[in-house]
Design a protein around this ligand. Structure first.
Ligand code: RIB
Ligand code: CA
Length: 310
């Protein structure tokens, strides 16, 4: 039985790559892909989700959710990494579609239709998840599991010295989700930063005769340019693909039960994820956190899952 998942994304080229993996994987039943602002503004994120799904044209289209402005967004500009449109200037023409429902409503409806059996995969700021929880207070206990890309345990942030991007964009939403009674898994930068894909990736992509192959060849060069220009790297991090790999191949990750929360007020620390790692912790454990990864095996799993095109 394929695993029911909802994928919340702020595309972003690494989000697009994770969607390619998910929509090609027969083990996953992608019920919905919901857009959230982050790498790009909400309206652009919605257009990018539509463009990616149109380009991939999966045999069974997921429901799509539209992003909307968060209530408490911190100003951040990520255009330099993935370009102004978030997809490296791919310039996809998106068919004007009928009115899309808001992402948080799609999440509520899909979880209500399949209580205790949906995995929510959060690859962007947690705005939609928090809103879904506020819209339907029973939802945290009805979601099977939430798997979140974001935060740091011991390492530095990537958008400020203290904070990882997804948490930083909407720290109040992140705190709402961290403090909810849902079953949570966190895949932090400490783990995702250890995976770097090199240019060899281009030799391993599916052929250009496939939709995934064409889309990835169109998007990835801009990601490599962004990483070289911004970080001086000759490779790219694929935080969202690593997180998807943790859903499909959990055996490649070492998890630890931890107590975590999110700073929402700090002048220097807003968006920082804080874990009680004292010898005698006082905070209640509220999530499992990836603390180690079989790096080479995850790279192979990502490349394999990218090539598992229909
Ligand atoms: O910090 C990395 C995360 O922020 C990734 O999900 C990337 O797509 C951005 O959303
Ligand atoms: Ca993302």
């Amino acid at each position: 039985m394929a695993r029911k998942v909802i994928i919340d994304v702020d595309p972003g080229i690494d989000d697009a790559m994770a969607l390619c993996m998910a929509l090609s994987n027969p083990e996953l039943d992608v019920l919905a892909v919901t857009a959230v602002g982050g790498n790009v503004a909400p309206a652009q994120a919605t257009r990018n989700v539509q463009a990616i799904i149109e380009q991939l044209d999966p045999s069974r289209w997921p429901r799509l959710g539209a992003a909307s402005e968060p209530d408490n967004r911190l100003a951040v500009d990520r255009r330099s990494l993935y370009g102004a449109d978030g997809l490296g200037g791919a310039g996809f023409v998106v068919a004007e579609r009928q009115h899309l429902l808001p992402s948080e409503k799609v999440i509520c409806d899909q979880v209500r239709d399949a209580p205790h059996s949906v995995t929510l995969i959060a690859l962007g700021p947690l705005t939609n998840i928090a809103r879904a929880f506020l819209r339907d207070p029973e939802l945290p206990s009805l979601v099977g599991r939430i798997v979140i890309m974001g935060g740091t345990v011991a390492g530095p942030g990537n958008i400020t010295p203290a904070a990882e991007f997804n948490m930083y964009c909407d720290p109040i939403a992140a705190q709402t989700v961290f403090r909810s009674l849902s079953t949570k898994t966190l895949i932090p930068l400490d783990v995702t930063n250890r995976i770097e894909l090199s240019y060899d990736l281009f030799n391993r992509l599916p052929s250009e005769s496939t939709r995934v192959g064409r889309l990835m060849r169109k998007l990835l060069p801009a990601a490599f340019r962004g990483y070289r220009q911004q970080f001086g790297l000759e490779g790219i991090h694929v935080h969202d693909s690593v997180t998807l790999a943790a859903v499909v191949h959990p055996e490649l990750f070492t998890m630890k039960s931890m107590a975590g929360d999110v700073e929402t007020q700090g002048e220097l620390t807003a968006g920082a994820t804080v874990f009680d790692r004292r010898r005698v912790p006082a905070w209640r454990h509220n999530m499992e956190v990836a603390v180690d990864v079989q790096r080479d095996a995850v790279v192979e799993a990502i490349l394999h899952d990218l090539c598992a095109v229909e």
